[in-house]
Design a protein around this ligand. Structure first.
Ligand code: ADP
Length: 661
């Protein structure tokens, strides 16, 4: 600003009255103008000392009129501004006519800081001013508003922009830059701004929304992807409205941009997982269904149509009623459902459901209680599958088993009868051949006769053994073998059995030893005939399969209420893959063709069955070429012999849940 003589307003528009006033009053007029106009004017010298201040200073800062003049401005400003302002004054004072614009904080009389935007101009060379002329205005409120807006943008993750008609790009707020992780000066200002900022697939949508806002004058919203500084995309919700100008035309588009990336991503993730589960449910061959507590179906997957020929829609909102379920199965199914709803038990049950064609389909449902969407009511999730085929097989198996059991019972009865019938004539054959062999009633005449009589007697005895074995086996299988347990001295029992086979062993050239390590009484409660049969079968196998020079040993030991009887030999052994088969009736080692003929494959089967009848077991350990060891473990007292108190109580319920529902 110059003196009146420097800058007299000129031109046709100047009113003649103003010119007259100018001429008349000169400097007084301008002084009055400056002092009443309300603008804050100050003049500083080159050191920043205030040499003039207009009266408006007082209005703006309170009663500071006296305090400013003659003081160094840098002593007055906010301490944080001091250094900057000192430098700026210095810079400005150096260059004649230099202009600067700065915002500076100055204290108000009430203690608050006022923000003042100051335009300073170096007029040190102007003889009338001879200083730096500063024209200032109070921008405290504007600054506060802007600061608040910025804070709001930061906290609420939004930004704003304004696109003035005729300009190539919107003016972006700092909030927009923050959302997009860009520096403010990196936000595009050219006409192709949206190509830089908006995801190519979303261009069309965003621009068409802008057009809508233009044409309809109504606010519009859309969610589109904006590119960020690190070349990723973020979902931004834009709220746009058109702003009318003074001519009632649209002067600008104003937009609010809200960062909704996390929300959209979470929504998309939920949708994707929902779609996945829906696909799983719809494609699964099992039927997935939701029931309310009254068994009304709220959802049922499409697989139901394939199983029952009924559409899922036909079930919706309806309960499963009596006419749909087989009458024999309905009460059971109902009970299970109630147990699930009322007691929260997971239940599984099978039942027949009426197919649309009129036949029943076997189904198996597994149901679990869950809380409804209101968080209080009970709902049931059920998974149901078609088990017709399994049921069909089960029934076939049941029938086959019944047939097999009937056949086995018939066979056992037949064998028992036959064995009995065969024994009577055999006893005659053995008895009379014995009389002949011993020539009890005089010489037979030819020695061949006595040889044949001996053969008849041996064969008869073998046959009797075989028949006895078969009879015992059939009795065991038919559950008719009765044990007569008594207290036995183990050592004496083993002695008597060893004595019976020792002759044969020595004939074969094998040595037989035995040791009994039972402590104390060395007794067992068992059926004597059965126990002897066990020992003899094991011993005769050992003798049969142990060649000359071999060794057979018998051990008896007691521990933990059990007695272990073991027969070891150093014979040919059994191939490992055959061991599991042995112990079943008529099973023999397939490679033993010659020796197999001497036996029937019933010996070990009887040992195992008799041991099990006593509540014990048989185990075989063997190494081909090295020997075999067969162990029979028996309880010292058979289980059936353990006395039980009359009023014994049991905590187990035979059928869990049977009482519920
Ligand atoms: P078998 O009357 O044939 O002896 P077993 O049931 O007693 O019937 O034995 C079945 C088969 O087990 C025998 O044929 C034999 O191959 C094998 N076996 C049994 N005991 C022994 C053993 N101590 N050593 C080798 N092989 C054995």
């Amino acid at each position: 600003m110059g003196r009146p003589s420097d800058g007299t307003p000129s031109g046709e528009n100047n009113a003649p009255r103003a010119n007259d006033l100018l001429a008349a009053s000169g400097a007084h007029f301008y002084r009055a103008l400056v002092e009443n106009a309300g603008g804050i004017l100050t003049i500083l010298d080159r050191d920043g000392i205030v040499t003039y201040q207009s009266p408006a200073v007082r209005k703006a800062f309170g009663g500071m009129e006296q305090a400013l003049t003659g003081r160094k401005i840098t002593d007055l400003v906010h301490p944080d501004d001091r250094e900057r302002i000192a430098r700026k004054i210095e810079d400005c004072a150096r260059v004649p006519n230099a202009e600067i614009i700065e915002v500076v904080r100055l204290p108000h009389e009430n203690g608050s800081w006022l923000r003042v935007e100051t335009h300073a101009r170096n007029l040190l060379a102007d003889p009338d001013i001879a200083g730096i002329l500063c024209v200032s205005r109070d921008v405290t409120d504007a600054y506060r508003l802007e600061h608040q807006l910025r804070e709001a943008e930061r906290l609420a993750r939004f930004g704003h922009w304004r696109w003035v008609k005729g300009e190539s790009a919107p003016q972006w707020s700092r909030g927009v830059a923050r959302i997009l992780a860009l520096d403010e000066d990196k936000l595009p200002a050219g006409g192709d701004w949206y190509e830089h900022l908006v995801h190519p697939d979303d261009h069309g949508e965003l621009l068409s929304k802008f057009l809508d806002a233009f044409e309809t004058h109504e606010p519009v919203t859309c969610v589109t992807r904006f590119r960020t500084g690190d070349n990723c995309y973020r979902y931004v919700k834009t709220y746009v409205y058109a702003e009318a100008d003074a001519f009632h035309e649209i002067g600008a588009l104003v937009g609010l941009a809200e960062d909704v990336h996390e929300e959209v991503e979470a929504e998309l993730a939920v949708k994707a997982s929902e779609a996945k589960y829906r696909l799983l449910t719809e494609q699964a061959s099992d039927v997935v269904a939701y029931y309310d507590a009254q068994s009304r179906i709220m959802f049922i997957s499409p697989a139901i149509e394939r199983i029952l020929g009924r559409s899922p829609e036909g079930f919706h909102g309806k309960p499963i009623t009596e006419e749909l379920v087989h009458p024999d199965d309905f009460p059971r199914a109902r009970k299970a459902f109630l147990r699930c709803v009322q007691h929260g038990e997971q239940v599984q049950f099978d039942y027949r459901f009426l197919h649309r064609d009129g036949h029943y389909v076997w189904l198996e449902s597994t149901m679990r209680r869950t809380l409804g969407s209101d968080g209080r009511s009970a709902e049931v999730i059920g998974v149901t599958r078609d088990i017709s085929e399994r049921k069909h097989h089960e029934m076939e198996l049941l029938e086959a088993r019944e047939r097999a059991e009937a056949a086995s019972r018939t066979k056992s009865r037949f064998l028992a009868n036959m064995s009995h019938e065969l024994r009577t004539p055999l006893n005659a054959i053995i008895g009379f051949s014995d009389i002949l062999r011993m020539e009890m009633f005089g010489s037979l005449g030819h020695e061949r006769y006595s040889e044949y009589a001996q053969l008849i007697n041996d064969s008869g005895a073998l046959l009797l053994d075989l028949i006895s074995d078969i009879l015992d086996m059939s009795k065991i299988e038919a559950g008719k073998y009765e044990l007569h347990p008594e207290t036995l001295d183990i050592k004496a029992l083993i002695d008597s059995c060893v004595r019976l086979v020792r002759g044969n062993a020595e004939e074969n050239g094998a040595q037989i030893v035995h040791m009994v390590t039972c402590g104390g009484d060395c007794e067992i409660v068992a059926d004597e005939r059965a126990l002897k049969q066990i020992m003899l079968n094991l011993l005769s196998n050992a003798v049969k399969f142990t060649p000359a020079g071999g060794r057979i040993s018998v051990e008896a030991a007691e521990s933990g209420g059990e007695v272990r009887l073991t027969v070891n030999d150093t014979g040919r052994g059994i191939p490992p893959d055959q061991i599991a088969r042995l112990g079943q009736p008529f099973e023999q080692v397939t490679t033993d063709a010659a020796l197999a003929k001497q036996g029937t494959g019933l010996g070990l089967a009887l040992v195992r069955s008799l041991a099990e009848l006593h509540g014990g077991r048989m185990t075989i350990e063997s190494e081909p070429g090295a020997g075999t060891s067969v162990t029979v473990t028996l309880p010292k007292v058979p289980y059936c012999e353990v006395p039980r108190p009359l009023a014994e109580e049991t905590s187990e319920t035979p059928f869990p849940g049977a009482a519920a529902g």
